[in-house]
Design a protein around this ligand. Structure first.
Ligand code: ADP
Ligand code: MG
Length: 354
């Protein structure tokens, strides 16, 4: 049966899905002129929605959260949380047969495959054998044996993933392969939640899905939203800079939420499929600014693996997407258009080339 995870999880639990949404609601608000602040625990993190327009209630935020819960039920690959999901069925049928999936799942897999291609496998939607082996954030506490890393690494190859559009089926041709959408599903879910709010007429709102932020419109007074970018080091409670924007998504990725330490080395949850080990590219933290959170989420992971040079050129090749990278040597590297959003406020960090 399902059980509540003890530590942070890549995805929440079915239990929380049915009982948690109500229990986790922090501030219910039915009065019509007040802002609505609501939260839920899903996708292995706390989701917060703040609607700043009057005239709404938690009925709307509940709908948004229920949509996220639906996405989780379809795409989670956590065997601790779910006996079965569409993606668990796909992975279990690897080397055996195609599995039909919902439009949601198909769409996310298509996007994930596109980002896999675009990043030449730095982002790889078939990373699951390695994610499962390392189990970082879901119980993993030590470096797996070399042979096992090697076997898992060889089972990762997005080019083999077969997506049949007509049948809406997914097929992994070799046993032991598996898909994982942990690096992109949160962005998709944030886009979907924001769509529900916009369609209901919301003009000023902020959605914070554990590092994936979406802002709708401006603040109610017409000024830009200001989003603090945390420091990547021990002083994470401090901001190193601020992103000012409206109608955008701001996604930050770093190695500090899911990791374990062995012999003084930190092993985190963004993996490099070539080495089979956590990615070490010199980048310590990535912030992506974009129109769609699904893109920003995927690109945050892809660039983290690619490193500064290839990461910058990947983001520069995307219309309307900007990036801010913080490297281990405390330099801040940005795409050319990022300057219009990002202001560095911490003098312990230095703008690269500037
Ligand atoms: P977070 O979930 O902390 O916001 P990411 O968006 O970078 O961070 O997603 C990390 C998750 O993506 C991992 O937990 C794992 O499920 C998956 N993942 C790890 N490495 C890769 C990779 N190279 N390509 C695609 N997905 C990955
Ligand atoms: Mg990501």
């Amino acid at each position: 049966m399902h059980r509540i995870p003890r530590g942070p999880k890549r995805f929440g639990t079915l239990f929380l899905l049915f009982s948690g949404l109500v229990a986790m609601t922090v501030t219910g608000c039915s009065s019509s002129d007040e802002p609505v602040n609501d939260s839920a625990q899903l996708l292995g993190t706390i989701l917060q929605i703040s609607i700043r327009d009057g005239g709404y209630s938690t009925t709307l935020t509940d709908r948004a959260f229920e949509r996220v819960a639906e996405i989780e039920r379809r795409m989670s690959t956590s065997e601790d949380d779910y006996e079965s999901t569409e993606l668990l069925r796909v992975n279990r049928a690897s080397g055996d047969e195609p599995v039909s999936v919902s439009e949601d799942t198909f769409e996310v897999l298509q996007a994930a495959r596109e980002f896999s291609r675009m990043s030449d496998g730095a982002f790889d939607v078939t990373i699951w054998p390695l994610v499962k082996l390392w189990a970082i954030g879901s119980g993993g506490t030590s470096v797996p044996p070399e042979e096992e890393i090697d076997t898992a690494r060889r089972a990762v190859d997005y080019r083999l993933l077969e997506l049949d559009e007509e049948e809406q089926t997914v097929y992994l041709p070799e046993e032991g392969m598996g898909v994982d959408v942990g690096a992109i599903a949160k962005g998709y879910a944030a886009d979907e939640a924001a769509r529900i709010l916009r369609e209901a007429g919301v003009e000023h709102a902020l959605l914070d899905f554990g590092g994936n932020i979406v802002v709708i419109g401006t603040k109610p007074d017409g000024t830009l939203w200001r989003i603090g970018v945390q420091r990547p080091d021990a002083e994470r409670t401090r901001y190193l800079g601020i992103v000012s924007t409206s109608d955008k998504t701001v996604v930050t990725s770093g190695p500090y939420e899911r990791f374990f330490v062995q012999e003084g080395v930190r092993y985190h949850h963004i993996l490099n499929a070539d080495t089979g080990f956590p990615a070490r590219s010199g980048i310590e933290q990535v912030t992506i600014i974009a129109d769609r959170s699904i893109d920003a989420d995927a690109l945050s992971t892809a660039t983290y693996v690619l490193g500064v040079e290839d990461g910058l050129s990947l983001v520069e090749s995307q219309d309307g997407v900007e990036a801010v990278f913080i490297t281990e040597d405390r330099l801040v590297h940005m795409t050319s258009g990022a300057r219009q959003y990002f202001e560095l406020t911490d003098d312990e960090f230095t703008l690269a080339g500037g």
